[in-house]
Design a protein around this ligand. Sequence first.
Ligand code: PLP
Length: 462
Amino acid sequence: MNYISTRGTAPNLSFEEVVLAGLASDGGLYVPEHFQEFSMAEIDAMQSMSYPELAFTVISRFIDTSIKPDVLKDIIIEAYKPFRHTAIAPLKQVEAHSFILELFHGPTLAFKDFAMQFLGRLMDHILDKRSRKVVIVGATSGDTGSAAIAAFQGRKNADIYILHPKGRVSDVQRRQMTSAAEQNVHNIAIDGTFDDCQDIVKGLFSDQEFRSKHHLTAVNSINWARIVAQTVYYFYSALALGAPAKNVSFSVPTGNFGDIYAGHIARRLGLGIDQLIIASNSNDILPRCLLTGTYTMEEVVPTLSPSMDIQISSNFERLLFDLYDCDGVAITNMMTKFRAEKKLTLSPLAWNRFKAEFSGCSISDEDTKRTIATTFNTTGELLDPHTAVGLAAGQRCRRKTSAPLIVLGTAHPAKFPAAVRAAAGIMPELPPHMKDLFTRKERCDELPADLEKVKEFINARS
Ligand SMILES: *Cc1c(COP(=O)(O)O)cnc(C)c1O
């Protein structure tokens, strides 16, 4: 399978090359040139598959012959072994027609493990074949960094450096990162904000000499392998509720638009999805765009659901590419204009298509807390604040009750204990395998918010 850039001028790449490349050289994102839909009979046959079998079937659609089926099968089986629920992604009913898809049974208690556990093993395999090694660098406000470290610790072809703002990630998130014992893991607490961390990472990537010397690589949410791994659980949960005979709707807590874009891909592969609901907190650039046809950047507001405190949704460019019939020139012009003016207006046709495919709304912190409290009082289930945003948005946006609503449960409540306790009045407990988290030994270096110091640190170790 061939991959093309959303901006139209970067060279086409194979799946393996896309996994290693990240951003395209023209600044665009890679997408597959073609989509091959599953037939009704093929989706029907998925009914009896286990999660790894289904993952193999769906992911294979996007991979050329370069990765042998047996190797891919092994990578997938190993990726989902560390999950602590036999269903991998269980559904839990919370209302007459609403279900939470629990995506937090992986090693770091958030849905990002689904993609990272797969990507870590896949990348190691591709690097092995090419006798290459990489240095992964990333900035995190919590979830991405811990999922990346859990996935890459001990991999032989990658060193990983994760920068977090000192004192500004939760204790659970920090300890998940700093308790990794393997020597290829390097935690750096930066004396500064998350934005300082991000600026330093950008600075590392824009130093061409440093970048090529270390084979710098990112594992952020634009990586295509992460998207395809996330497409699997849309199929899995819809099948559990009667697909392909019945349609379902999804409400997806959204930040970078990676997770919900995976739902859009599931739909393009032939899955019967009624509504795809963009659930945002007060950082509502996407619901505003649905309502007005204009995508306007504003200041980031801190909320109870910090993993969605994002204004520019990087994967949205992939959807724009679809809405504009794969016109790379149009996308290049729009993104250039957006960079300069912080604002872009969709064509009437693109806006109509966007509205036909997606619903969405923005949920305040007040409503998030109320949803956590109500759900706890009526069902005994504790929701994390991101999942609560998803449920509240689903309740508000759904058009009819005939299609069951599946809310993506993106994090375990114990990952955000303060917000959950404030809303429900009880402290969410860590699952048994994490009970020793607070006694594990931590390993972390502290550095000032200074690009040169971070370069020296990496040069001395990789
Ligand atoms: C990353 C994250 C999100 C947002 O997902 P995107 O793919 O960036 O839209 C939502 N909830 C949690 C808990 C997350 O960690």
